[in-house]
Design a binder for this molecule. Sequence first.
Ligand code: GLP
Length: 240
Amino acid sequence: MELKVFKNYDELSQRAADEVINLVKQKPDAVICFASGNTPLSTCQWIVKKAASEKIDFSKASFIGLDEWVGISPDNIGSCRFFFYENLFKPLHIADEQIFLFDALAKDLNNECKKMDNVIAEKQGIDLMIVGIGVNGHVGFNEPGVDFNLLSHVIDLHESTKSVGQKYFAGTTDLSQGITLGLAHLINAKKVILMANGKSKSEVIKQALKGSVTEEMPASIMQKHTSGFVFVDEEAGALL
Ligand code: GLP
């Protein structure tokens, strides 16, 4: 794992966007997994800008959604699907056939997990995964205590995830479970970038990178990734 500290959020976001742009230049049919949330927002905006100015063809790439709130409708502004379509898929004109997201309203969520695992296997794995980190150390919805060996799964959300997650929604929303790629997907991905910005992430970044590798701190798995990069701004990296 390699740590890169950037001056600020904008520099970090531009560099992460470059990773996506350069990958698609080299491998037009790349398989890219993205997280939603506040952290990757500016990265998405930079990808859209750079794709337009450099005329990048995204028509052969595949996009995998990292996670979703169980029971939340796709037209809810707080859903991960809503984020992806608004910030990435619509502006980049990505066709539905290129997009693979969990259906969090499906009756059979285990089948949703199997479908996602099959898609990733058929595509010979994920080329680039861009993820964030929760203040409790979660990655996607891999909450503290999660088995590092899991593929896609449904999980009960921790209290902190339920309360912090309210920031994405228009009004108080009942959040109880998440459906998520597992950390086995992360460790198997050809390249992973975990991003964190701002003071609120400094403590968890310290624990994840300097503490022991433990399922109690899911993001600590990054220490084991042979092609893992952690991009932080100076604020998130302040305690390193
Ligand atoms: C959320 C999501 C993650 C996200 C993380 C950090 O709950 N499940 O995929 O990366 O928490 O979110 P943010 O970037 O908004 O801080």
